[in-house]
Design a protein around this ligand. Structure first.
Ligand SMILES: Nc1nc2c(ncn2[C@@H]2O[C@H](COP(=O)(O)OP(=O)(O)OP(=O)(O)O)[C@@H](O)[C@H]2O)c(=O)[nH]1
Length: 390
């Protein structure tokens, strides 16, 4: 697939930057257009792979932002993006939309810019283009507290109703102990970039290269066509290691011996992808559609293997809508299986975020209600005998 990618806010921009890094390292060419949008000047300087002229600062004249971010306030994030919509539209105008199949908007839903400006950007994209717009959203961890949960729960409603599909990443599930927050984010962003690029870069090869099992961009788009919230699973196998995963066999046409994985091992790789940590933990059987892509040297991936993996996932996901194919990467020294579970409806983390958000909203309302009273009581003497000077 060929993508226009847009990162909104700090997390969104870092994820797009990692996607560019991963495609660079692995010789893929997914992100044909890139843009990052932020309300904080310092965060806009962070990406390493995003060209300078594709970084857009919004809200630098807004009284509550002034180039320093929106301090976690989603309402301000949305307001700033609406005020600067002409500037955003001007940068979109440079995108040769006929060169791309879809647009991907990445954002952290816990932050003010991601949660507020993200949906405004998506609205504009949907107005301007007919191509599908996908969301890639980070859900905040419980440990971050009530405010990010409130942003995320509200923003999720906007994102999911506005995008053609929302692929979620749950920071809570991916948090590991013994790391600083920054180290943790770095690792999570790499894991996410590996999954999303491996998934979406399939089908980008020339028509001349397409083998009989090759996955096509239209297959991926069809799987994402359900709307709703989706999750990705991933597993890979190192082909250099003599770990018994490979078996020798002779090709029919040529009398040469080549390495391949037998069908059971290919199925095992997919089972590992589905049973390992998903980007959003969910009940696999609640998926509406699913898709498997094998990325690696095509000689490793037998048709029988693809078919048995597809049948296995059809049972697991309890749907007849499972597509499977390969993304030939002849130079790769790994064989990766990436599984897209589209429109999953049973995912406990979203309910937890909503509960945390409702508690936070009630607490904020309570504090707002008593604030004036408490300030007045603090500055007033017990018998109210004193008057202000002016
Ligand atoms: N996975 C991941 N999550 C991140 C990262 N940075 C931030 N987050 C998450 O994203 C949320 C939003 O943070 P930011 O992206 O920094 O915020 P923002 O959208 O720029 O908004 P403001 O800072 O309020 O202007 C946080 O609450 C975290 O949950 C990151 O590098 N990786």
């Amino acid at each position: 697939m060929k993508l226009a990618t847009i990162g909104v806010g700090n997390a969104g921009s870092k994820i797009i930057d990692r996607m560019l890094e991963f495609e660079n390292e692995t010789g893929r060419d997914l992100c044909r257009h890139v843009m990052v949008i932020n309300t904080a000047r310092t965060d806009l300087a962070k990406p390493k792979y995003v060209p300078e002229d594709r970084r857009v600062l919004i809200g630098d004249t807004h009284q509550k932002a002034k180039g320093h971010g929106v301090g976690g306030d989603g309402e301000v994030g949305a307001e700033v993006a609406k005020n600067d919509i002409d500037e955003i539209r001007r940068v979109f105008d440079d995108v040769e939309i006929h060169e791309v199949d879809a647009i991907l908007v990445a954002a952290g839903l816990g932050g003010g810019t991601g949660s507020g400006a993200g949906p405004v950007v998506i609205d504009e994209l949907q107005k301007m283009y007919d191509e599908p717009v996908y969301g890639l959203g980070v859900l905040p961890g419980e440990y971050e507290g009530g405010r990010p949960a409130l942003n995320a729960a509200r923003s999720l409603q906007s994102f999911v109703t506005k995008v053609d599909n929302f692929i979620a990443f749950d920071n809570d599930a991916w948090r590991s102990r013994g790391q600083t927050v920054e180290e943790g984010y770095e690792q999570m962003n790499r894991e996410l970039a590996t999954r999303i690029v491996t998934l979406l870069a399939a089908g980008e090869v020339d028509d001349s290269d397409v083998g009989e099992n090759a996955m096509d961009s239209s297959d991926i788009m069809r799987t994402l066509d359900t709307g709703g919230v989706s999750s990705i699973g991933y597993a890979s196998s190192d082909l250099d290691k003599p770990d018994g995963l490979l078996s020798k066999y002779k090709t029919k046409d040529k009398d040469e011996e080549i390495n391949s994985m037998d069908a059971a091992k290919i199925k095992g790789l997919v089972r590992r992808a589905v049973n390992s940590r998903l980007t959003l933990p969910c009940e696999v059987s609640s998926a509406d559609r699913a898709l498997i892509i094998f990325a690696g040297p095509s000689s490793m991936i037998s048709r029988k293997g693809i078919e048995s993996a597809r049948e296995w996932l059809e049972q697991e996901a309890d749907t007849v809508e499972v597509l499977a194919g390969d993304d030939p990467r002849e130079d790769s020294d790994t064989l990766a299986a990436v599984v897209l579970l589209s429109n999953v409806t049973e995912t406990p983390r979203i309910k937890e975020i909503q509960n945390q958000a409702v508690d936070a909203q009630n607490k904020i309302a309570e504090l707002d209600a008593v604030r004036e009273e408490e300030i007045t009581s603090l500055i007033t003497d017990d018998d109210n005998e004193l008057d202000p000077i002016v």
